[in-house]
Design a protein around this ligand. Structure first.
Ligand SMILES: [Zn+2]
Length: 395
């Protein structure tokens, strides 16, 4: 039996040179199911339309609990994804002893010669991107985390902009300035990064035209011409592909799914999951060109909102009616924004059990070289271990 298994595995053991890890912050299986049901309803049927990643051939479940709580926060589970070790909520790649620094898989892959890209549609020093380049006892130490960005020597960073660019009290030297002084080119907007000269090797690409806003617009509020996650991933692939010889590792986060779900905003959440799906599609297009050398893994750090899809006594759930909501809860009117959102959630038959995170397992979707490793139920700390194994490296 062992020999048969080995033989099968050997057939599939192509090693990825191009590795993508997509993290939908707060994206539980309900968020994915709702988005699929919404797309089906819009197409006039009851059921499910695939997202770019929900049709991947390999699927699994990952635990989400941290070292300090069954209900994790993004930095603790991010640390698990980045380092292969669990830590306490709020910590960024520091062990539960509060002292030991944990090393992110991005550094390990850099040592193997891969180019590294870290990106998100929120601030680049927010928890999820932070765990891939920084160590800090607190995820809210945005300035100190931001100072570690240039020290990583990674090749591409993409996001909204720096949070706390001049520190909490706005009395420190600008992170942007420090990063520039240490060898990075900083671009702003979609056009600048896509026209970057070939001799630039390290870049921080900010996709907000306005430095005072640290995250990209919520998809539900976005105006024509504003950047979205797929623009970041598209630029990231082009930049890294043009400069690699041993491959690249890209971590891209859909960070606003979590915020919309914290607001118990079903319409806003669906639009964010679609954004993530479109960003993954850019990677799938790349995979189609290099199928034997590419691995794409899509997962979530935890579920947010305790979302359920239910209709007592059956009856049609009007998922497409989510389109009736014209903005996120935050931008709808102060007086009745909550009421509008609740009423639309109700028509769609979407319920929430919390304004926070939950501790349920999250789905994992994988395609490409080494994707077969991402099946079954496993611990979230196994994700970087599986990535290294897929690429043929010791963890
Ligand atoms: Zn959250």
């Amino acid at each position: 039996m062992v020999m048969i298994f080995s033989a099968c595995f050997a057939q599939n053991s192509k090693k990825p040179k191009y590795i993508f890890l997509f993290i939908g912050d707060g994206m539980g299986i309900s968020h994915v199911t709702l988005t699929e049901a919404y797309l089906a309803d819009k197409a006039g049927k009851i059921g499910s339309e695939y997202l770019s990643f929900s049709k991947f051939p390999y699927t699994g479940f990952a635990t989400t609990y941290s070292a300090s709580s069954f209900t994790t926060c993004s930095s603790a589970v991010g640390t698990a994804f980045a380092t292969g070790y669990k830590t306490n909520n709020l910590m960024v790649c520091i062990a539960p002893d509060s002292v030991t620094k944990l090393k992110s898989v991005s550094y390990k892959l850099k040592e193997k010669g891969l180019k590294i890209g870290i990106s998100s549609n929120v601030g680049i020093n927010h928890a999820t991107p932070a765990v891939f380049y920084a160590n800090n006892i607190s995820r809210t130490a945005y300035y100190e985390i931001g100072l570690q960005l240039w020290q990583s020597d990674f090749d591409f960073f993409g996001g909204g902009s720096f949070m706390h660019d001049k520190g909490k009290a706005k009395d420190k030297q600008s992170l942007e300035e420090i990063t520039k002084n240490n060898g990075y080119v900083i671009t702003r907007g979609i056009k600048e990064i896509n026209e970057i000269p070939a001799n630039v090797t390290k870049v921080v690409a900010f996709f907000n035209e306005d430095n005072n806003v640290q995250n990209l617009s919520y998809a539900i509020n976005r105006k024509d011409g504003e950047a979205k996650l797929s623009d970041i991933v598209d630029a990231e692939i082009k930049f890294l592909k043009a400069r690699e010889d041993k491959g690249f590792f890209i971590m891209a986060e859909g960070g606003i799914i979590d915020w919309a779900a914290h607001d118990n905003d079903a319409a806003g959440t669906v639009k964010e999951v679609i954004d993530l799906s479109e960003a993954v599609q850019v990677a799938v297009d790349f995979y189609n060109k290099y199928p034997d050398e590419t691995l794409i893994v899509v997962t979530a750090d935890h579920e947010t909102g305790g979302m359920t899809l239910a209709r007592t006594g059956g009856g049609k759930q009007g998922f497409a009616s989510l389109d009736g909501q014209t903005g996120s809860v935050g931008v709808l009117s102060k007086e009745n924004g909550r009421a509008i959102c609740d009423s639309i959630n109700n028509v769609a038959g979407v319920g929430f059990s919390t304004k926070g995170h939950t501790g349920i397992v999250v789905p994992v979707y994988a395609i490409g070289a080494g994707a077969e490793l991402f099946t079954g139920k496993f611990d979230n700390t196994d994700i970087p271990r599986k990535i290294m194994k897929a690429a043929g490296f010791e963890f």
